[in-house]
Design a protein around this ligand. Structure first.
Ligand code: HSE
Length: 437
């Protein structure tokens, strides 16, 4: 389709799982994209490590491949730079150069945005360029644009998300079959959900980067990955999953970003990633398999739920394409994307001040006075007990205690004190409980 207008020229950095899907969709949907934008999109070059690599039937001229990404982004005939390589360097240099030179950037690079988003936002402001990154969090799910635009008239108070598909697959599989973590991880690896080195997923680094990006947008405050409390899910056992079931709950690796007053009454932000029990009635409890979902609470809008595929070449490319269309339209009309909104400068609250609930499973002797002693430790740390359940008797009793909400520091101190009690043989598990009354 001819629009009569000169093409918007694209530089693609990276042509792996996501990049090759971007190329395919640009080709397959060329006519529709031209009609929607008002000008055609044209690839000016594709930077890759191995230009000679076999790429199947990728619909692209091999002459477009180059190993010199920096020269590509500096070319005068490039309007929009798309980065799907990942990592901090050299991506930061490529993207900062592009933005400062006034080229729009579309990136899926969550690690860079979470570690040093400020450099990119500052470069975008300096160059008067667009910085779009919808694909950096929760793949195909339109989530950042709603936070960045649709909800800008509202006040977001909390974001609770399942933003890592690999760990959601593992936990869903443990819940469905009763398998332990190791067995479920093996299954996830065989099916291609987990990478050969699953550390970034199972230890919560991937989710923490996404949590930082979400919190920054939700609370108009720069939040980095270093501000996020992170606990992985490798210690979740089949017994924890069974215990959650007995309580009418399931276990999910959650990212939680909240704003509210700290202990001194100062408005502040708390951001954390950890496994938690959530009641089956919570909208996130039914999010199974490798799906992602994010539950946003805003003062005027109330609760909102965003659900879909959080990873994979084609779903992620869908988000990248949406950003390319937006950036291309802006260039044609001489307008700009909303710039960074970080005016609130809210302080970050330490994890100790986050209010949560604990589920604690203790192996104790079933003797007179044991429960009273245990309860005394909770009282000493001003933690209120919600429920107590006992199974077994004589020398092999298990007490499962669920608390009401309390600061995490008080809950931790309670657990540490319980460990020192002679009547407590062992603490079988400690898990946070979220999303309930
Ligand atoms: N590894 C991530 C996941 C996808 O399992 O969801 C990329 O962020």
């Amino acid at each position: 389709m001819s629009s009569g207008k000169p093409a918007v020229r694209l530089a693609l950095l990276g042509c792996g799982t996501v990049g090759s899907e971007v190329v395919r969709l640009l080709h397959e949907q060329a006519d529709d994209l031209t009609a929607r934008i008002g000008a055609p999109l044209e690839l000016a070059g594709i930077a890759v490590r191995r230009p000679g690599r076999e790429r199947g039937d990728l619909p692209v001229d091999p002459a477009l491949f180059t190993t010199d990404a920096l020269s590509l982004v500096k070319r005068d005939d490039v309007d929009v730079v798309i980065e799907v390589v990942g990592g901090i360097e050299p991506a930061r240099t490529w993207l900062s150069e592009s933005l400062r030179a006034g080229r729009s950037v579309v990136t899926a690079n969550k690690a860079l945005l979470a570690e040093d988003g400020a450099t990119l936002h500052d470069a975008a402001a300096e160059g008067g360029a667009d910085l779009y990154y919808e694909a950096a969090v929760a793949g195909a799910i339109p989530l950042l644009r709603p936070l960045r635009e649709s909800l800008h008239g509202d006040r977001v108070t909390r974001v609770t998300g399942i933003v890592n598909g690999t760990t959601n697959f593992i936990l869903s599989s443990m819940d469905a079959s009763g398998a332990g973590f190791g067995e479920a991880l093996e299954e996830a690896t065989e099916l291609g959900y987990a990478e050969a080195d699953p550390t970034a997923d199972v230890e919560g680094f991937d989710a923490a980067a996404k949590a930082a990006i979400l919190a920054s947008l939700a609370f108009h405050t720069r939040v980095t990955a270093a501000d996020v409390f992170r606990e992985g899910m490798t210690a979740v056992t089949a017994a924890d999953v069974a215990s959650a079931k007995a309580m009418g709950c399931t276990i999910k690796l959650l990212c939680l970003a909240e704003r509210g007053p700290d202990s001194r009454g100062t408005e502040s932000v708390s951001v954390r990633v950890h496994p938690a029990m959530i009641p089956l009635s919570h909208p996130l409890a039914s999010v199974g398999d490798a799906y992602n979902a994010v539950f946003v609470e805003a003062e005027a809008a109330g609760p909102l739920m965003f659900y879909g595929r959080g990873a994979g070449g084609t779903p992620t490319a869908s988000a990248v394409l949406g950003d390319i269309v937006a950036a291309a339209r802006n260039r044609l009309s001489g307008t700009r994307a909303p710039s960074e909104s970080a005016y609130a400068h809210l302080p970050i609250r330490p994890i100790g001040e986050a209010v949560t609930r604990y589920h604690i499973s203790l192996d104790v002797a079933d003797r007179q006075g044991v429960l009273a002693t245990v309860a005394g430790v909770f009282a000493k740390h001003e933690v209120s007990i919600a429920t107590v359940r006992q199974s077994g008797r004589d020398e092999d009793a298990t007490l499962v205690i669920v608390t009401h909400g309390a600061p995490d520091a008080n809950l931790r101190a309670t657990v540490e004190d319980l460990r020192t009690l002679p009547i407590v043989r062992s603490i079988a598990s400690v898990l946070r409980v979220e999303g309930g009354a």
